[in-house]
Write a protein that binds this ligand. Structure first.
Ligand code: NAD
Length: 289
C-alpha cells in the first residue's frame, strides 16, 4: 500500500509557494514542514503572537532535525511570517488551517478567494466539515480540495486528499504531486463524514471518554492502549489534538456515523469553555509544564 501511495505522488505539482492561514497546532507545523522541504511559505493568523510562536517552534524543530547550519538558515528564510496576509496573492497553494468552525472557514474563504492567483489551489485542513458545505459560494469549487494532515505533522506521513464531485482531476493530481514533493503519502478519500481516519478515530476517542465517565482512571486507559502497541493512549491523544477541535469534530460526526457516537460528556464542553483545551493550553485532561 505504501508503494502504491508513493506512486500516486510522483507527478509534478508546480507548487513553489504555499500560503498557510491559521498558525496554530496544525497550520504552524504544516508551514514549518513545507519550508523544510524547500518550498517558500508565508504563514498568516489573526493572532500575531501565534505566528511568532509557530516560527519559534519551527526553529527548534530545524535545530533538532536539520543537519547543517546552512540548511537550518535556509529553511527559516523560506518560512515567512505574514502579518498582513499578503502572501495569499502570490501562492500556488493556499492551505486553510483555522479553527474547526464552518462559518469561520467560509468567512476566510470569502476574504481570500478574490485575492488568489489565477489557477491557484485552495486546500482545507478540516477534520470533519464536508467539502460540499465549505465550497458553497466559492467561485472556483474545481480548485478546492481537502488536505488533511495529521498531528504531529512531522511524524505522521499520511495525508488524506479529500475529493468532492466538483474538484477537478488537475487539482487532485497537483495536490498528490505536492504531497510527494514534501515527502508525505497521499491517501485519496471521498468527502464522507470523518473522511477515512477520523471515522475510526472519533469512535475510539469517544469510547475512551465513556470509560472515564464510568470511573476508569485515564492513566489506566492510556497505559492499556500503549501496552497494546499504540504510540500514545486516547486520552493523551485527545489533549494533543486539542479538546476544542475534538469537540467540534464529535459534534459534526455525532449522528452521521453508522454506530452513533454516545452523548458528548458535559465535562468536555466545560473544559473547552474554560480554555482547558489540552497540550496547547498547558492543561486539558492532563496538566503540562
Ligand atoms: P488551533 O486552535 O491550534 O489553531 C487555529 C488557529 O486559527 C488559531 O491560531 C487562530 O488564531 C486562527 N484563526 C481563527 N480564525 C482565523 C481567521 N479568521 N483568520 C486567520 N486565522 C484564524 O487549531 P488546530 O488544531 O491547528 O486546527 C486547525 C484545523 O486543522 C481545524 O480545521 C482542525 O479540525 C484541523 N485539524 C486538527 C488536527 C489536530 O490534531 N489538532 C488534526 C488534523 C486537522
Amino acid at each position: 500500500l505504501r508503494e502504491k501511495l508513493k506512486d500516486s505522488a510522483k507527478g509534478e505539482s508546480g507548487i513553489r509557494h504555499v500560503h498557510v492561514i491559521g498558525a496554530g497546532t496544525m497550520g504552524g507545523d504544516i508551514a514549518a514542514w513545507c519550508a523544510a522541504r524547500g518550498l517558500r511559505v508565508t504563514l498568516a493568523d489573526l493572532d500575531h503572537e501565534v505566528i511568532a510562536r509557530a516560527i519559534g517552534r519551527a526553529a527548534e524543530f530545524y535545530d533538532k532535525k536539520l543537519h547543517s547550519s546552512i540548511e537550518r538558515r535556509d529553511a527559516l528564510d523560506r518560512l515567512i511570517p505574514d502579518f498582513e496576509g499578503i502572501g495569499v496573492a502570490k501562492a500556488d497553494l493556499v492551505i486553510e488551517a483555522v479553527v474547526e468552525k464552518t462559518d469561520v472557514k467560509r468567512k476566510v474563504f470569502e476574504g481570500i478567494a478574490p485575492k488568489m492567483k489565477e489557477g491557484a489551489i485552495l486546500a482545507t485542513n478540516t477534520s470533519s466539515i464536508p467539502l460540499e458545505v465549505l465550497r458553497e459560494g466559492l467561485a472556483f469549487p474545481d480548485r478546492l480540495v481537502g488536505l488533511h494532515f495529521f498531528n504531529p505533522v512531522a511524524k505522521m506521513e499520511l495525508v488524506e486528499v479529500v475529493a468532492h464531485d466538483q474538484a477537478s482531476q488537475a487539482t487532485l493530481d497537483k495536490v498528490h504531486g505536492f504531497c510527494g514533493a514534501i515527502d508525505r503519502l497521499p491517501a485519496a478519500v471521498k468527502s464522507a463524514p470523518g473522511f477515512l481516519v477520523n471515522r475510526a478515530l472519533t469512535a475510539y476517542l469517544t469510547e475512551a471518554f465513556v470509560m472515564v465517565d464510568e470511573g476508569t482512571p485515564k492513566e489506566t486507559i492510556d497505559r492499556a492502549a500503549e501496552d497494546f502497541g499504540m504510540p500514545m493512549g486516547p486520552i493523551e491523544l485527545a489533549d494533543r489534538v486539542g479538546l476544542d477541535i475534538g469537540l467540534e469534530v464529535v459534534r459534526m460526526l455525532k449522528d452521521k456515523l453508522d454506530d452513533p457516537i454516545p452523548e458528548i460528556p458535559a465535562w468536555l464542553e466545560e473544559k473547552v469553555k474554560n480554555g482547558e483545551t489540552g497540550r496547547k493550553a498547558g492543561k486539558g485532561l492532563y496538566a503540562y509544564d
